[in-house]
Structures are given as C-alpha cells and as structure tokens.
Design a protein around this ligand. Structure first.
Ligand SMILES: [Zn+2]
Ligand SMILES: [Zn+2]
Length: 683
C-alpha cells in the first residue's frame, strides 16, 4: 500500500502547489504508477538540453544573465539568474557568493526562494550581504560531466562548465570574494548531491556546502532509470556495470575519502532532510544518515539535521513562511569578513601614546606595532602558524616625515583571506590597519610603496581603496598579480624606476630606492640614509633564505645584491655601514638566519645589518663560482630542506649558507649556475 503511494523519484519531483510554485516553476508531475521515461512537465520546465533557459522571467530582486561556455565549444553560452544585495550598487566592496544548484528537472528560476529568504535576512541585518547565483544546469545533469559516449546519455559537461566557465565568469564580472572563504554552494535534491560533490571535489574553491534533501543515494536506490541513463548510461542490463562504475566515480562519497584532509580543513558542511522524505527513510534504509555516518567515519565534521513532519519539498515551506529557513549556516559562514557591515565590531581607535622609545611595542587587534626609529614603526602581522607561507606573519613599515608618511608594504591578506596561503579572513583586518596608520601618521598625507607584488606584501591594498593614497610599485613587478590574486585593478598602482625615484618625507628624511631582482622581477629595496635604515622585503631573504626557481633568477640576485653592496660602500662611510639596520619582510625568519641552529641560533640575529647584506651577496655569487665545493670558502651546502608548512615548495632544495645569508636552490641548478656537471652520485 505504501509503495503504491510512493512517488518513484521523489527528489525529482515537486507536488504542484499551485500558489507556491509560481516561482518554483521547475518541475514536472510524475505519475506514481510507473517510472516513466519521459515525465510530464509543468509548463515552466526547460528542455533537456537547455544550457540557456528559454524562460527569462526573473523576480524583482534578480536578473537574467548569460555567460560564455567554451567548455562546450566556441560560441556557446549558458544562463544564470543572479541576486545582488541592495547595497551593491552603492559600494566598492566585495561580497561572498552562494551558488544555488537546482533539483532534477529544475532550472535557474528555482533559486528564487533562497534569494528571497536571504534577502530578508540581509535586510534584517541578520547576515552580511551576499551575492547569489542560481545556476542553469541541465534538468538531469547531476552536476558532473556526463558519461559521454555511453548509450542513452544526453547530458553534458555540467561540472566543467560550472567550474571552469561560470565561476571564473562571476569572479571576473562581479565584485566577489574570489576564494573558498567567500564561496559556498547550496542545493536542493539533485542539487544537494551537486553541492556536496562539487565542494568535496574542489575543496580549494568552495568553503561551504549545504545540501537540502540532497539525493545522496546509491545507484540502485534510484527508482526512475531514465534519470540515471541521461547522465551515466544504461541503468539496467548490458552496460549498466559501467554506468554504476561511473556513478560511483563521481559520487560525493568518493571525493569525501579522496580529499578528506582538505575538506576537513576547508569546507563547512550541512545536510538537512525531512523525516517524511524517502531520502530520510527508504523502507528502513536511512539514506542521508548513512552518508552522514560515512563522513563521521572519515572524521569530516558536518551538521546533520532532520526536519520534522515534512517530505521532500520543504523549501516550499521556507518560501511560504510556514517554516523558518535555517539561515545560521550562512550567517556563520561569512560573518567574519565584513569591514563595515552591521555585524562587524566597532574598532576602538589606535592609540600610539605608549610608543615612546625605540623598542617599545603595543598590541592592537591582531597587529603588533613596534617603534624602531624616530617616527619609524614596524607593523607586524603575526599571522597564524597553522597556515603556510605568508600566513606565518609579515611586516610592514611606516616612516613618518614632516611633509608626508610612507608605508612600505601592505601586510597580509586577511580582508578576504588568501586561498593559497590558507589564510582565513579576519574580522576588522582592514579597519584595524587603517586605524593604526591613522593613529601614527596623524594628518600627514600617506603614500604606499611595496617591495614586491607577492600576496603577502600587497594583500591589504584593498583596505586603502577608499583613502586618498598613492600606491607605488617598482618597475618590473608583475602588476597583474593584483588582478589574479586579489581581484583588484592593477592600474591603481603607479610604477617607478628604482634608483631614480625617491620619496622626500620632509626634514631631510629621503627614502631612496634600489632594485634587487631575483625573488621577484622588480623587487625594490628602500634605504633611508638619515636613519641608517634598509627595508628589503624578500629581496635578500629574511635569514630563512630565499628560493630561486631558475638559474637566471639566482644570477639576477647575485648581480643586483653585489651592486647593492657597492652602492652602500660608495654612499656610507666604513663605520657608518655597520650602523645600518636591515628590516626584512618576514621578521620571524631571522631566527633561522644562516641555518646554524634553527630556532636556537647561538648568535644574536634578532636584527639584521650590513653583514647580512654582504653575506647574501657572497652566498649568491659564491654559488655561481661553485664555492660550496671549496673547503674554507665560507659558502657551505648544509643539506636539503625538509618539508615545512611554512614553505612546502622548498622541500628537497639545497640549503646554501654564507654567514647569516642563506639561499635555497635545487642542487642541480646550483651546479648549473656554477657551470659544473652534477656528479652522478646524485639522483
Ligand atoms: Zn615574496
Ligand atoms: Zn614575503
């Protein structure tokens, strides 16, 4: 009896709630007596192959848009429906994006309910403003690339089009926070399957995945063979083993196991199912719970909740107001990243009064500010040791004159996080930095100059967009990195030629520039003769050494650092030179100077000096002369880098040391740079 009543493919079907479905408008009515190959549809359904929805209707808060889909071939397009928060047009800021994935036989218009719900929550200031993109995937596409070539398959490369075409298109054309910390997926039914599988397959792209009545089924659970055939191939009989194999290979379960570690680190997950849904209890098989248990088994934390007294169609109840949409998941997801949203904490103005003598330091929010000279400050972003690379902490430097102030480098990127360094966005990162600069510069006009365009040195550029500041970068630097790394317009920076540009801050405080290439293509060293200060960014390393991917880069650095030595010799008297203080981009790395005793150096290298500059130049030039092979030359090869989270890519490279200068380079390239043949004893 119960079987008779059961709709064969409930997660593909919506009951025709005429009043509600005017906006749900996607589904078809299945006759419960048989699993039809071609289901009836309500009028609004889109055709089987409709990448572009023929129905352009949108609610007042959304628009209908097209994007190119080269993954399907030249000149092809897909469509989507997009919601932008009301404030979008009046701001320059970036927003998180939630991609909504529709259910089986659905289309982009289905996402209206979520847009409406979140719009309400945003307007009530319950959650930060977000962009919502409701995708037009194929009616039965399962959010994967179809098993093309198998009999009966009519779906296509849905996954590739969404991942390689749609997501980049959205990031390029809207002000998005273009990394996993600002990108989520929500899907209903087949879309729930899709949300989980895409997040699990691409944990570096998506930080959040919410599955509502997700079809997290096994192949054999499916009642309507046609829904399998469309994407995977024959559902029964000849060829069906291959279909099952394919289905299993794209199943979220597969990626859960494969990417468990990254998922644990990066993806927040929720599963919601109604207790009257067969996806909850299919004749004693608790489908969603089984999936949840599997995640538990893998150690993947997730929310799992069962809604009482509701079947497959519970989004209808959110839409008609009979049930509250659980918005908390998205509130938590994005609450940390807003600098001026209603839910950001107010920032107490920074007070510089305790910075009296050199060496004084004060904590402010997540920054550590240290007085290192007369009106010269180190602004340290201590970072987070559980991340990597630049996430381990960077240093900016502020020099105030009588006419203006110069900020050297722009710290980390905690405004929106930075994916490659696994940096999470930090509440008030931008406001706090602005407040520190404000407190230290007073009314002085500000200019900002970076040592180089790596994300850990230009990442806070976004904080100063609304300020009246000039941004400077040295000639040769890759300005385009601003676009690719932070989605910022590179033209906001002015380019100068090192050597001819200097910054006159007033009262004789002149900041000179000097080029040292190698670590980057146009690295700049800033020198203030009046204060005997050198700010070198990463150009000379920070004691921890610096890596050179090519021999060419090493040669550039060897030449430029030697030129720097000559320049300093020519411009500073001998004893003067020993009074130079060198501040690098990553002060914490000093502790590794010379790799004598990592962390426990027997010599005091809390600060770097003239000796360090010479050591680095000697090390680089010594490698070119093969000196590590010469006993007593001062250049030593002390072994290879082991794996570290701080610098994963350096693993296996040779550590060359000369005094406090260190260079990390693949041994093969050291031999090549020296014009020597590498002995056969090395692999
Ligand atoms: Zn760098
Ligand atoms: Zn750096």
């Amino acid at each position: 009896m119960q079987e008779m009543k059961r709709v064969p493919v409930r997660y593909f079907k919506m009951i025709n709630f005429k009043t509600l479905l005017s906006f749900f408008c996607l589904l078809f009515i299945v006759n419960s007596s048989s699993a039809q190959a071609k289901p009836d549809r309500i009028q609004d359904s889109d055709p089987d192959t409709a990448w572009v929805s023929p129905n352009k209707s949108v609610p007042s808060f959304a628009t209908y848009q097209l994007y190119p889909s080269p993954e399907r071939g030249k000149g092809t397009f897909g469509s989507f429906m997009i919601y932008l928060p009301e404030e979008y047009k009046n701001t320059t800021r970036r927003y998180p994006v939630i991609y909504y994935l529709h259910g089986g036989n659905g289309n982009q218009r289905e996402g209206q309910w979520l847009m409406k719900e979140l719009d309400k929550a945003i307007k009530a200031q319950k959650m930060p403003p977000v962009i919502i993109v409701s995708v037009q995937a194929l009616p039965i596409g399962w959010y994967c690339n179809a098993n093309v070539g198998a009999k009966g398959v009519i779906s296509g490369p849905v996954e590739n089009v969404l991942i390689k075409n749609l997501v980049p298109y959205i990031d390029a054309n809207y002000r998005t926070i273009a990394n996993s910390s600002g990108r989520g997926l929500e899907g209903w039914s087949m879309g729930g399957f899709g949300a989980i599988r895409l997040a699990f397959k691409y944990p570096e792209l998506f930080g959040f995945a919410s599955s509502l009545a997700g079809a997290l089924i096994e192949f054999q659970d499916e009642h309507n063979p046609q829904y399998l055939v469309n994407t995977f191939g024959p559902a029964t009989g000849a060829g069906s083993e291959k279909s099952i194999e394919y289905f299993n290979s794209v199943h979220p379960r597969f990626y859960a196991a494969k990417n468990a570690e990254l998922i644990k680190k990066n993806v927040k997950i929720r599963l919601i199912v109604g207790d009257q849904d067969w996806l909850y209890n299919n004749n004693g098989k608790f489908i969603t719970k089984i999936f949840s248990n599997y995640l538990d088994y893998l150690g993947i934390k997730h929310e799992y909740s069962v809604l009482k007294n509701v079947g497959h169609m519970f989004p209808n109840e959110f839409a008609d107001g009979t049930r509250e949409y659980p918005v908390q998941f998205w509130v938590d997801a994005f609450k940390a990243m807003f600098k001026t949203s209603a839910i950001a904490q107010p920032v107490t103005p920074f007070n510089a009064a305790t910075l009296i003598k050199i060496g004084d330091e004060v904590r402010y929010g997540s920054y550590l500010i240290r007085k290192i000279g007369d009106e010269v400050f180190q602004i340290n972003d201590p970072g987070n040791k559980s991340t990597k690379g630049g996430g381990w902490g960077v240093d900016m430097y502020l020099v105030c004159g009588t006419k203006k102030a110069l900020l050297i480098d722009l710290g980390n990127n905690y405004i929106t996080g930075y994916e490659k360094d696994l940096l999470k966005p930090r509440m008030n990162a931008a406001e706090e930095l602005l407040s520190v600069i404000d407190g230290l510069t007073g009314k002085l006009p500000l200019e900002i100059a970076v040592t180089h365009m790596h994300p850990d040195h230009d990442g806070m550029t976004g904080a100063f967009l609304d300020q009246k500041v000039t941004f400077w970068a040295g000639e040769g630097e890759d300005l385009n990195a601003l676009k690719t790394q932070h989605n910022l317009d590179p033209s906001i920076y002015q380019v100068f030629t090192q050597g001819s540009k200097s910054f006159d801050l007033g009262n004789g405080r002149i900041v000179e520039t000097f080029p040292v290439r190698g670590h980057s293509n146009g690295g700049t060293i800033y020198i203030i003769k009046k204060d005997m200060l050198v700010f070198s960014g990463d150009a000379l390393g920070s004691g921890f050494g610096q890596a050179f991917p090519t021999v060419e880069r090493l040669k550039q650095m060897a030449e430029d650092s030697q030129n720097l030595v000559e320049y300093l010799k020519a411009n500073f008297a001998p004893y003067e030179r020993y009074g130079l203080r060198v501040f690098t981009g990553h002060w914490w790395q000093n502790a590794y100077g010379g790799f004598l005793h990592p962390n426990k150096s027997p010599i005091d290298i809390g600060y770097l000096d003239w000796r360090f500059i010479q050591d680095v130049a000697s090390c680089a030039n010594g490698i070119l002369q093969g000196k590590w092979l010469v006993d007593g030359s001062g250049v030593r090869y002390i072994g290879n880098m082991v794996y570290t989270d701080a610098w994963p890519s350096a693993e296996g490279r040779a550590i060359m040391v000369c005094g406090t200068g260190t260079i990390i380079i693949p041994l093969r390239q050291a031999y090549e740079a020296a014009g020597l043949k590498m002995p056969d004893l090395y692999p």
